[in-house]
Design a protein around this ligand. Structure first.
Ligand SMILES: Nc1ncnc2c1ncn2[C@@H]1O[C@H](COP(=O)(O)OP(=O)(O)OP(=O)(O)O)[C@@H](O)[C@H]1O
Length: 601
């Protein structure tokens, strides 16, 4: 794992491409030994390339011209031996580069995943899941490809280029200079192509991320799509993104198409120059035919880097675009600092809101919470009711520091919540969220999520309190039943009860129930309330509910409206006030009587 400060240094380093290389070196350097070995094999392999053209020259000069027929077989055997050895050495260094790429990628993915755990609601509110998935998959693969393939291809090309010039110079400096004269053209073309491709690869990268996000949303929301019969609309939307992605790739291909034929043509011109000018030198007696054959044998070594440069630039640009996206994510700072304090911490559960106000960073004009003040002593129950969007969830999110107040403070056991290490504080808090999320795992593992060490008996006991034991036992595999992604295969009420069991299993000092029993019937709610009553004396409990019946026994009830607490007190106090709470109560009572139903309003 790389420390973020070190990473930040490289992020700030000047020189865009260089800084990407320096950054990725942080992940590669632990494979230094492997790379040294790879380099040795690389040198042996590339040095062997020089042998065969030389041997061919010998065959022409000594076997054909010099009539030394007995040398033919040994020379051919030498060529075969060199080819086999070169294949083996090349295979070894290719494998070593691949291993280095895979190892570096393993560490990089781990860092990215750790970062994702560190980032807070603020980041996830603003980043699409598809975009994160693209970074975790496509972008990391572009980096692996760079380390495992592009890096040694670049090395090979450089080596071929330098060595071929040296060797060719030693054969015929006139012919070599004639060939080298065209190389500046190749470099100019390569540079121009890189410049043209740079923005296009960023656009491809973004288009791919949009496409991914769209697919991810479609899969997550497939029930909504089907229920609203919007399949055709979704296909049309997908096709638009698909078309955009295709167009962006075509744009990149067009850039390549515009430059690659010129590069190819220039590379091909080397053969023509060799034949024409080399032939002339042979006729003039300034070069032997054997030398020309040797020279021609080395020609591909000069040709290869010229042909490859365009493709390698493609890959380097892809690598650069992916680096930027990954590094942006790794550089993102959670708005609430995560201190890695290992000391366990147990709070009593006294929660005080002291003139707390809050607004989201992207909407500073709109206070979602305004001047909230109340005290909950350890073991007390606070009920929170209010219209939708009143700020109830945001209020309880302050307790676990999912957001910090923009003014005022929240204290826990008389200490400012922001002075607690966030993870140790959250060890003491369990939340049953409005939007229940279950992992695609066994029910038992879902319940034990907060405390994986707990035994089956304990899992069952908390499931009983949450009134989940009965329906779990009726399932074919009981607690070992695997639930689908997000708990597919369970009813809304069943999911809520498993989620409640998961929270209770943590044995928290502070329990937060956000609309936890909205999907269960009145009878089940009463049963759960009854079971909870035996427990809540041990912990401070916050209950967000729509039904007054869920909160009427609370020590303190907060009635919220537009981010403010407009009435607060016990049920009896609030009823005596004959204010808004009284009105809601009367309304709900009327609905209950009239409809004989647990009302949701
Ligand atoms: N991530 C966010 N960015 C900006 N505004 C937000 C965000 N989340 C919630 N809000 C706004 O904050 C306000 C309070 O939302 P909150 O979820 O706390 O309400 P609530 O009382 O829990 O509502 P409900 O009963 O519907 O769950 C709403 O006006 C909502 O639009």
């Amino acid at each position: 794992m790389i420390e973020s400060e070190e990473f930040q240094y490289f992020w700030d380093a000047e020189g865009y491409v260089m800084s990407n290389f320096q950054w990725i070196w942080q992940y590669v350097k632990s494979n230094r030994k492997k790379l040294w070995v790879a380099l040795v094999f690389f040198i042996i392999s590339t040095a062997l390339i020089l042998v065969n053209p030389y041997v061919m020259g010998q065959i022409v000069d000594r076997v054909i011209d010099g009539n030394q027929g007995s040398l033919l077989v040994p020379l051919l055997l030498l060529m075969i031996g060199v080819t086999v050895l070169r294949t083996i050495t090349r295979y070894i260094y290719q494998i070593l580069f691949e291993q280095t790429g895979q190892n570096a990628l393993f560490d990089l993915r781990e860092d990215m995943y750790r970062k994702l755990q560190e980032l807070d609601f603020d980041f996830f509110n603003h980043t699409r899941v598809g975009d994160i998935m693209t970074r975790m998959t496509g972008d990391t693969d572009a980096i692996r490809h760079f380390i495992s393939w592009v890096s040694y291809q670049v090395l090979e090309c450089l080596f071929y280029f330098i060595v071929s010039i040296i060797v060719m110079m030693s054969i015929s400096w006139q012919l070599t200079l004639a060939l080298v004269a065209v190389t500046p053209l190749i470099f100019i073309l390569t540079q121009q192509m890189a410049r043209a491709q740079h923005p296009v690869f960023f656009q491809i990268r973004q288009s791919f991320s949009r496409l991914n996000s769209m697919v991810e949303e479609n899969i997550s929301g497939n029930r909504v799509v089907k229920a609203f019969v919007r399949e055709d609309f979704e296909i049309k939307k997908f096709n638009e993104h698909n078309e955009d992605y295709k167009q962006k790739n075509m744009a990149a291909a067009n850039v390549s198409k515009a430059y690659l034929p010129w590069q190819d043509g220039t590379a091909n011109s080397l053969s023509v120059i060799t034949l024409v000018f080399g032939g002339y030198l042979v006729i003039k007696g300034q070069m032997t035919l054997g030398d020309l054959v040797v020279f021609n044998g080395y020609l591909w070594m000069l040709n290869q880097p010229m042909r490859m440069s365009g493709w390698l630039i493609n890959d380097v640009e892809r690598f650069a675009a992916s680096c930027v996206k990954i590094r942006q994510m790794l550089a993102a700072k959670p708005s609430i600092e995560v201190r890695l304090d290992q000391k366990p911490l147990r709070v009593q559960g006294k929660v005080v809101f002291d003139h707390v106000s809050f607004h989201f960073s992207d909407d500073p004009e709109h206070n979602v919470l305004s001047d909230i003040t109340f005290t909950a002593e350890p073991g007390e129950t606070v009920g929170i009711i209010g219209e939708t969007g009143a700020g109830k969830t945001t209020l309880v999110n302050m307790i676990g520091r999912f957001y910090d107040p923009t003014s005022g403070k929240v204290t826990i056991d008389d200490k400012n919540a922001s002075d607690y290490p966030i993870r140790r504080l959250r060890d003491n808090i369990a939340m049953v969220m409005q939007d229940v999320f279950l992992f695609s795992n066994t029910i038992s593992d879902n319940i034990a999520f907060g405390r994986p060490d707990m035994d089956t008996v304990y899992v069952q006991s908390v499931a009983r309190i949450a009134d989940a034991d009965n329906f779990i036992m009726r399932m074919p595999n009981g607690y070992d039943t695997i639930v689908g992604e997000r708990g597919v295969g369970l009813s809304g009420g069943q999911k809520q009860r498993i989620s409640l069991a998961r929270a209770l299993a943590k044995d928290p000092s502070i329990l937060i129930l956000d609309d936890t029993t909205s999907a269960v019937d009145m009878e089940t709610e009463t049963k759960i309330q009854h079971e909870l009553a035996g427990l809540t004396t041990k912990r401070t409990t916050f209950i967000i509910a729509n039904r007054i019946s869920s909160v009427r026994d609370a020590n303190l009830i907060l009635l919220m409206e537009k981010g403010r607490v407009v009435e607060s007190g016990t049920h009896d106090e609030l009823m005596a006030l004959k204010g808004k709470y009284y009105e809601v109560f009367q309304k709900q009572l009327g609905l209950e009587k009239g409809e004989q139903l647990g009302t949701a309003e």
